[in-house]
Design a protein around this ligand. Structure first.
Ligand code: NAD
Length: 465
C-alpha cells in the first residue's frame, strides 16, 4: 500500500468517527490535518563520498505537548506515510490517555545496507538537523523507536541532543526507548509486543466480543499466525506462546514463512533469523509467505508493515480475530469486508503498549528516579509483618517458597507491566462498551476513534476554538 493510500485509509476512519460524533466541521478539520511536516535532505560522508538522505518529521497535533512518535528507517517511507503514522499517534495517545500530541519521523533508508558505524554517522546527522529545529526536544517533540530503529539509534540521538544542549537538565527525556544505561526504562523493548499480549488477554475477558468472533474458551491452545518477527511480532509471539499457552503455528517473514502445526519455538526461530538473515532453511519453511495470511487460525497478528491485508486478499482471510500489531496493516476497503464477521482489534489500540511505556520512561527521566526505588523495601516490610501476624493468629507456618514470592516488593519492571496492563485493560473495556452501547458504532475501530476524537475535540474546545 502506498503512503497516500495509507493516509486515505486513516482519514476515512477519522471521517467515519467524526460523522458518528457529529463533530463540527471546524474542529474536525483542525484535528484531521497535520499541523506541519518537515522534510529534509542532508549529506553524510561515508565510503569516501557524500551520500544524500531524505528524512521527515511530521507534527500532527499539538493539542498536548510534547508530541510523540517513533522514527522509522525504511526504504518505502514517504511524506504521506509519515503523516498517516503521525495522525495515528495523535489518536492512539488520546485513546489510551497518554498526555501527548502525535508526531512521527522517518528516514528513507534500508538500514541493512549500511554498517553500524555508517548508520551511527547518518543517525547523528539526522538527529542534529531535527534537534536544531526543536523537532527533538523533551518538552516539545519526543521520538522513539519504530520499524528499523531500536535502542541503539535512540542512544545516538540522546547523545547528540546532550551535546547540543549540555545544560538542559531534562535532556535525557528528549527521546524514549533508550538503553537502560542511558536512562531508559525496564520493559520498553518488549512493551509493544507485551501490549499486544495484554490486548488479546483482555479480548478473551469480553464474552460478547468473543461470541461475535465465534471464539470459545480461553487463550490456551488457540492457533496464531504472526507476520513479522521484529521487535513487536517477536515479543508478542513469544509471550503468547510461552506465558499463555497459545499455539503460534506460522510466522511470515520477508523471505517466506515457517509453518509448524504443533507450534513454533519462537526463540529458536529468532536465533535462526539472526544468523541466517531470514527464515529460509528452518524446519517448516515455505517460500510463498503471504499465502499464510489466509491460513485457518484463531488469531492473525500482522506485525510488519501497512496494507498487507487489502482488497486482493481480504475475502480469503480465515482468522476469527485480527490484531493489528503493525500500524495500518488492513486497508480501509479490506476493513469494510472483514468487519462483517470478524473482530478486528485496531492498531491505534493494539500497538499502544510502546507509547504507553515510552510515557513511563519520559516521566522517569523528568523525575530522575527509578520506579519502585522509594517504596519497594517498605512494601516488603509491611507484607512481612502481615504474614508474621497471620502465622501467629492461625498457628501455621506458610510454605517458604510461597512466602518468598509474596515477600517480593515491586521492581521497576513489575510496575511498568502493571501500568501497561491497566492501560490496555481500561482502553479495551472503554472501546468494547462504546461499541455495544451505540447502534451507530459497528466495530472496535470506530469505537476507538470516537473515544479518541471526543477527547481531542474537548481539548481543542477548552483551548478556546
Ligand atoms: P522491526 O523493524 O523490528 O520488525 C519488522 C519485521 O517485519 C522484521 O522482522 C522484518 O523482517 C519483517 N518484515 C518486513 N517486511 C516484511 C514483509 N513484506 N513480510 C513479512 N515480514 C516483513 O519493526 P517493529 O518495530 O517490530 O515494527 C513493526 C510494526 O509495528 C510497524 O508497523 C510499526 O510502526 C509498528 N509499531 C512498532 C512499535 C515499536 O515499539 N517498535 C510501536 C508501535 C507500532
Amino acid at each position: 500500500m502506498s503512503g497516500k493510500d495509507f493516509l486515505e485509509s486513516v482519514d476515512k476512519v477519522f471521517e467515519n468517527a467524526a460523522g458518528v460524533l457529529k463533530l463540527p466541521d471546524y474542529i474536525a478539520k483542525q484535528i484531521k490535518s497535520p499541523n506541519s511536516t518537515y522534510k529534509l535532505n542532508f549529506g553524510v560522508k561515508i565510503r569516501n563520498r557524500l551520500f544524500t538522505f531524505t528524512g521527515f518529521r511530521c507534527v500532527h497535533s499539538e493539542h498536548l505537548e510534547p508530541v510523540k512518535g517513533g522514527i522509522r528507517y525504511a526504504i518505502h517511507a514517504d511524506q504521506s506515510e509519515v503523516e498517516a503514522l503521525a495522525a495515528l499517534m495523535t489518536y492512539k495517545c488520546a485513546l489510551v490517555d497518554i498526555p501527548f500530541g502525535g508526531s512521527k519521523g522517518a528516514l528513507i533508508i534500508d538500514p541493512n545496507m549500511y554498517k553500524p558505524d555508517e548508520l551511527e554517522k547518518i543517525t547523528r546527522r539526522f538527529a542534529q538537523e531535527l534537534i536544531k529545529r526543536d523537532l527533538i526536544n523533551p518538552s516539545q517533540n519526543v521520538p522513539a523507536p519504530d520499524m528499523g530503529t531500536g535502542e541503539r539509534e535512540m542512544a545516538w540521538i540522546v547523545d547528540e541532543y546532550r551535546k547540543l544542549n549540555p545544560i538542559d537538565i531534562n535532556g535525557f527525556a528528549c527521546v524514549t526507548g533508550k538503553p537502560i544505561n542511558k536512562h531508559g526504562i525496564r520493559g520498553r523493548v518488549e512493551a509493544t509486543g507485551r501490549g499486544v499480549q495484554y490486548a488479546i488477554r483482555e479480548f478473551f475477558r469480553h464474552e460478547k466480543d468473543k461470541k461475535i468472533a465465534n471464539i470459545k474458551g480461553g487463550l490456551e491452545g488457540k492457533t496464531i499466525v504472526v507476520q513479522g518477527l521484529g521487535n513487536v511480532g517477536y515479543h508478542a509471539a513469544k509471550f503468547l506462546s510461552k506465558e499463555d499457552g497459545a499455539n503460534v503455528i506460522a510466522v511470515i517473514e520477508r523471505d517466506g514463512a515457517v509453518y509448524q502445526k504443533k507450534g513454533i519455538d519462537i526463540d529458536k526461530l529468532k536465533k535462526h533469523i539472526a544468523s541466517n538473515g531470514g527464515v529460509k532453511g528452518y524446519k517448516g519453511y515455505l517460500n510463498n509467505g503471504n499465502e499464510l495470511l489466509k491460513h485457518e487460525c484463531d488469531i492473525l497478528i500482522p506485525a510488519a508493515l501497512e496494507g498487507v491485508i487489502n482488497k486482493s486478499n481480504a475475502k480469503k482471510i480465515m482468522a476469527k480475530v485480527i490484531v493489528e500489531a503493525a500500524n495500518g496493516p488492513i486497508s480501509y476497503e479490506a476493513d469494510t469486508i472483514l468487519r462483517a464477521n470478524k473482530v478486528i482489534i485496531p492498531d491505534l489500540y493494539a500497538n499502544a503498549g510502546g507509547v504507553t511505556v515510552s510515557y513511563f520512561e519520559w516521566v522517569k527521566n523528568l523525575a530522575r528516579i527509578r520506579f519502585g526505588r522509594l517504596h519497594k523495601r517498605e512494601e516488603e516490610n509491611k507484607i512481612e509483618k502481615l504474614l508474621g501476624a497471620l502465622e501467629k493468629v492461625t498457628s501455621t507456618s506458610i510454605n517458604i517458597n510461597y512466602k518468598k514470592s509474596l515477600l517480593k516488593g515491586s521492581d521497576e519492571i513489575d510496575l511498568v507491566r502493571s501500568g501497561l496492563d491497566d492501560t490496555m485493560r481500561q482502553a479495551y473495556t472503554d472501546m468494547s462498551y462504546k461499541w455495544h452501547s451505540s447502534n451507530k458504532i459497528k466495530d472496535l475501530r470506530t469505537s476507538a476513534m470516537c473515544i479518541a476524537l471526543k477527547k481531542i475535540a474537548l481539548s481543542y474546545q477548552t483551548l478556546g476554538m
